[in-house]
Design a protein around this ligand. Structure first.
Ligand code: AMP
Ligand code: ZN
Ligand code: FE
Ligand code: FE
Length: 289
């Protein structure tokens, strides 16, 4: 069973439309795929409409969240699966995050333009085409301007969190977000908990507290994790009874990783689905039931 629980489409900062993502999932031989765009459920309907019958679709979202550590805000990504997209708290908070992405994306562009880089607000808005703005959209503008050759190069230079053009966004408190997804009938799983600076925020103790707030799992097999990260996360998951997932975090042409590069075990998917209320079912139940 090939199960990939973390992918992005043009509804956020991927380059496949939701329909293309579904076709690509079939071509990659996936039995189950989750669409998890940043801070939006905007791709859900198009993905469902285009779903090949051989592919089960899990509707999800990757929420931008933060943990305060010693006066600093550490960014953490939280995957929410199969929650009610009409839940008022979810609607309000995703709307706030999308507005925050627009404010912050334009602020980065303004800084770059003021610094003499030949990119514009309109160009980035056109590249995002209505999706919540992410730095990969700005990376595309930097590529078009001939300043870098790839999105990764842009992140290593102009878009770096330590660079002169960086502007932070105000993300949702992580514990609040876990509780919000859970209350909306969904399942909350921390995305790449050892991706970058997350180890400072996601101590064993804090993960235990998040479990008490409703957290059901940790993403373990992910391109950003080395062997030591995976061993540590597995030990934490075992201690707190959390399930573990594996996922590609596919972004189309915006990242080198391919669909299905990392996979989730079927029993972990069963546990994840069992933790949800059923208000947003998986579509294509054959492998879930
Ligand atoms: P943002 O959400 O606007 O802060 O941008 C962060 C997003 O950019 C992440 O979700 C990744 O998808 C992407 N990203 C971060 N680092 C890189 C990188 N080195 N290469 C390509 N994409 C990246
Ligand atoms: Zn992304
Ligand atoms: Fe992420
Ligand atoms: Fe992601």
């Amino acid at each position: 069973m090939r199960i990939d629980l973390h992918t992005h489409s043009t509804a956020s900062d991927g380059t496949d439309t939701p329909a293309q993502l579904m076709q690509a999932a079939a071509r990659a031989g996936l039995d189950v795929v989750a669409i998890t765009d940043h801070d939006t459920t905007g791709g859900w309907q198009a993905a469902a409409d285009a779903r090949p019958t051989t592919v089960t679709l899990i509707r999800g979202c990757e929420f931008s969240t933060a943990v305060a550590v010693g006066g600093r805000s550490v960014s953490v990504h939280l995957l929410g699966y199969l929650f009610d997209p009409h839940d008022p708290a979810i609607v309000a908070e995703s709307g706030r995050l999308v507005a925050e992405r627009l404010r912050r994306g334009l602020a980065i562009v303004d800084k770059m333009a003021a610094g003499g880089l030949p990119i514009s607000r309109q160009q980035v808005l056109d590249l995002a085409a209505g999706a919540p703005i992410g730095r990969p959209h700005i990376a595309r503008a930097l590529i078009a301007a001939g300043l870098v050759n790839t999105v990764s190069e842009a992140f290593a230079s102009y878009l770096s969190g330590r660079g002169p053009y960086y502007v932070p966004k105000r993300d949702t408190d992580l514990t609040t977000a876990v509780a919000m997804v859970t209350a909306a009938g969904g399942a909350a799983v921390i995305a790449h908990p050892r991706g970058r600076g997350e180890y400072r925020a996601l101590t064993r103790e804090r993960i235990g507290e998040l479990r008490d707030a409703g957290l059901v799992g940790l993403e373990l097999d992910h391109t950003d994790h080395d062997g030591a990260d995976r061993a540590e996360l597995r030990s934490i998951a075992d201690e707190f009874g959390l399930l573990v997932t594996g996922s590609s975090d596919y972004h189309g042409e915006n990242k080198p990783v391919r669909l299905g590069a990392h996979l989730t075990a079927l029993d972990a998917l069963h546990r994840l689905v069992a933790a949800t209320s059923g208000v947003t079912p998986a579509i294509g139940e054959a492998v879930i039931g």
